[in-house]
Design a protein around this ligand. Structure first.
Ligand code: ATP
Length: 348
């Protein structure tokens, strides 16, 4: 197997007495995109800045493309790290043309013009080289920033909340474009986001961060379907928790018996993570639940349901199903859905 392009080992960083990054370790394979996901203030940007070389490590080490760039009393300056950076506000120079922006980090020479033209073609901006940044849309400015970061052929691209400046309508299209560009270039990338949908869309691997620590690192599907902690389950996917009890038939819950055999003593209490697609509603006047509300979301309805024990869960429902507030209903776990169970916040 190829050596990972990025190897971060036990990273530590404090600002004054405040630890911000604690014992963070992850690897990124060549060509992989890693999404660093977590709530505001959890240390994502600091981790990215440690990789870029804009902050110095207090402990641990960082290797990029086979070169130790930080750690062991060593700190290679950002310009020698083979890491390209795309900032939240793109940071393209307003007084330079598109061409000048893209060529900014390239050495003078015969090849420079050709490389700039290649990059403009690559990001779909051929013919726009002489425009000034204010003559471009938000999505086009994003592509200029990408082209400029890719120009010196970095080993890894670091992107800090790359879509936060775009309005919701534009964001979906631009993130598809950026994903296509990153995949076509074959570059290894790390991007920071607090948006789980964005992380699942773009990340081959997702690293979920909480309070300076990584809670879980893994392929997007694993992180979504097999969250290791309650925090991850809560942060990735809209998740409700219901109470469960281990019995010899499986885990008893207010949504019925979940067929899981956990190696825990009979009677152990667990928290069961339930997402809106896990909950099936069946018309039943004597059912175990009551409809609280129904919210139109465009592609579906989100229905809030109160279970017999008072817990509230959400359920996706198609447009054809018309359930009014106060209706009694039977709520069950959708067959084939394996739900995650937690004891003291850790998956069991
Ligand atoms: P956000 O999504 O809001 O940008 P984040 O997860 O990227 O958050 P960081 O920007 O890494 O979080 O900040 C983590 C913590 O470190 C915060 O409490 C922040 O206030 C603090 N912090 C960041 N930079 C500095 C600094 N230069 N000096 C002091 N404290 C800092």
């Amino acid at each position: 197997m190829n050596r990972p392009t990025v190897i971060c080992k036990n990273l530590h960083k404090s600002f004054g007495s405040l630890p911000v990054v604690e014992d963070v370790s992850f690897n990124i394979a060549p060509g992989q995109i890693l999404a660093l996901l977590g709530p505001s203030g959890c240390g994502k940007t600091t981790t990215l800045r440690l990789l870029a070389g804009f902050e110095e490590l207090d402990g641990g080490s960082i290797e990029i493309d086979g070169q130790l760039v930080a750690g062991d009393q060593l700190s290679i300056p950002p310009e020698h790290r083979r890491a390209g950076m795309v900032f939240q506000d793109y940071a393209i120079f307003p007084h330079l043309s598109v061409e000048q922006n893209v060529g900014f980090g390239l050495p003078r020479g015969r090849d420079k013009r050709q490389r700039v033209q290649e990059l403009l073609a690559f990001v779909g901006l051929t013919g726009m080289g002489e425009r000034m940044p204010h003559e471009l849309s938000g999505g086009q400015q994003q592509r200029v920033a990408l082209a400029r970061a890719l120009a010196p052929q970095p080993a890894v691209l670091l992107l800090d909340e790359p879509f936060s400046n775009l309005d919701a309508a534009l964001r979906v299209g631009v993130r598809q474009e950026v994903k296509d560009l990153l995949k076509r270039s074959g570059i290894t990338a790390v991007f920071v986001t607090h948006d789980q949908e964005e992380a699942l869309f773009l990340g081959d691997v997702i690293a979920v961060m909480n309070n300076g620590r990584l809670e879980q690192v893994g392929p997007a599907k694993d992180v979504f379907h097999r969250p290791r902690t309650r925090f991850v389950a809560e942060f990735v996917g809209q998740t409700d928790f219901i109470s469960g009890r281990v019995t010899d038939r499986g885990v008893e819950t207010p949504l019925g018996v979940l067929s899981r055999s956990l190696s825990l003593p009979m009677g152990t209490a667990v928290d069961v993570a339930v997402r809106p697609d896990d909950v099936k509603l069946i018309a039943d006047a004597d059912g175990n639940a009551t409809i609280l509300s129904r919210q139109f979301l465009g592609i579906a309805y989100m229905v809030r349901v109160r279970l017999a024990d008072g817990t509230v869960v959400h359920s996706w429902q198609s447009h054809q199903i018309n359930l009014s507030q106060g209706t009694a209903i039977s709520a069950v776990i959708r067959p084939g859905h394996t739900l995650s169970c937690f004891v003291n916040g850790t998956a069991v």
